[in-house]
Design a protein around this ligand. Sequence first.
Ligand SMILES: Cc1cc2nc3c(=O)[nH]c(=O)nc-3n(C[C@H](O)[C@H](O)[C@H](O)COP(=O)(O)OP(=O)(O)OC[C@H]3O[C@@H](n4cnc5c(N)ncnc54)[C@H](O)[C@@H]3O)c2cc1C
Length: 570
Amino acid sequence: MTEVSWERVVPPVPENPDVVIIGSGLSGLTAAAYLAANGKKVLVLEQYDVAGGCSQTFRRKNEWQFDVGLHYIGGVRTGEIGRIIGGLGLNDRIEFPELDPDGFDTFVFPDLEFKVPKGWDNYVGRLVETFPDEEEGLRAVTDVMRNMMEELREVGIPDSDTDLKEYVEKAPTVVSWGMRSMTDLFDEHYLSERSRAVLLGQAGDYATPPSRTPVTLHSGVVDHYLHEGAFYVRGGGQEMAGHLVDLIHTYGGRVRTHAEVERILTEETGSGGYRVTGVELAGGEEIATESVIATGDIKHLFLELLDPEAVPEDIRNTVDGYRMATPLVTVYLGLDFDITDRMPATNYWLHSRYDQESYYEPVAAGEFDADPPVYISSASAKDPGHEGHAPPGCSTLELMTWATPDPAAWGVDESEEAPKYSRQDGYREAKQKITDQLIDRAEEQLGELRSHILWEEAASPMTQTRYTLSSGGSSYGIELATDQFGPLRLEYRTPIEGLTLGGVSSRRGHGILGAMAGGVESASTVLGRSLRTEINEGTVFGDPSQLTSGAEGWDALEACRKLQEKALRA
Ligand SMILES: Cc1cc2nc3c(=O)[nH]c(=O)nc-3n(C[C@H](O)[C@H](O)[C@H](O)COP(=O)(O)OP(=O)(O)OC[C@H]3O[C@@H](n4cnc5c(N)ncnc54)[C@H](O)[C@@H]3O)c2cc1C
């Protein structure tokens, strides 16, 4: 960390930016940071009033701080997240406290508890100890998952330049299992319902039914944490966004909040196609640019922001047909005691049953699950000693599950004359019901909580849509499934000249890693060279000695707020 004290410096909004980035989540900010560090004049436009998208934290009463969408990440040292922040010279500025290496995830089933330890050998050993009668099948399944990730580390994901013959030789597991489902893999090795459920214990990280979960996806998630451990970000998720915003501003780019893009402006190229000429904001302001990276919701992009004639029919149909991922519900609690007395630095996954496929049936039917699974995370447990999360002696706790986005199930009257959804009694009752269910279940694990609650609120799929404009309340973009995964997703370079895709529905998918790695791909597409290769070779872009983020007085949330057109003093 630098010795200088932090001073918030916000440059003016650049005129005629080289690249406009729609959305200030980690996809957009990573793309903008790499472009700014490579000399491009960038402008990030964010519709909300704080930058960071799902990686944000929010504060209540100046006492409590809650995370929206960063509860744990992997690969922060030698892995891909570590390399991406390293390529910007940020890796000694952001600290990552490690979760319990003997059990960073703890799966609690009706009659079984399984702690996931760091390291593939430890993990496989514990699986075999738990299910000795299934040793052969478990070893075969985990071999496929592990080999696939080793191969991908070695040769990467194939693209249009890949020599396929060579790829088949070097990555046989990826070729044979990459796009098949976890259910197929389990069936092939006759695993029991119980061992399958334990292997899928953290599937809420992507929320896809096992029959549609690509082996590559689940292996990637498991490996992401097993490989070098699971980590939190000291100070909370907003730190990541704050450092990137600061870097973009240091290199003369700008993040502008309260700036919703309502249209991407295009013109005909003369050869039957369309090219980008600018964007139009809510309120009518137009900003001219020849290059736009769009990281928000993919349906919103192709079906609303662009004029219909600019979107080729096959793309319109493909995007229209995409299924969104199952959305999440979160309950945020401020508690009057020190949670480290009741839980280690782990995530609890409280499973109500072993049949993992059945979790998704109520969602498909537009109903609530009578007994939903519950995920428990606490920044106070993962980042003990950091003062920002809760008052001294107190703690924060986040409880999550997934649920239908169907407004009718949430008691929302969508008619024009109805009040805003959040003011409707039906909605409030539905939200309180699920809140109570999650707290009841958490009490079974952590002991009595209700008499200790000093702050309570909940976020539904509608909340997610309100804050990020996502379709169907999804925070994971389009469902990561065997029929809309990898090459079955759209390419970063779209057929509209100057329009580059980014965000969770692009090929690298969702999660902090997916968002940041996708940001690198979007920036690479604009620059016409592979930044991933340069980062992996150890290139550091820009001049990190100019950066002041993380110094004394640093406040990541302050770095991300008050960034409207004329930035206000922090
Ligand atoms: C409850 C929850 C828990 C999670 N937990 C984890 C976790 O522990 N680990 C992990 O790795 N991942 C986790 N995730 C997922 C991860 O946070 C996200 O996948 C990732 O942050 C998405 O980044 P993004 O930039 O692609 O999208 P977003 O963060 O959604 O950013 C998109 C931004 O674009 C803006 N926008 C959209 N349309 C427009 C427009 N027209 N004009 C201007 N701005 C626009 C939105 O307001 C938003 O700020 C979680 C997510 C949630 C919601």
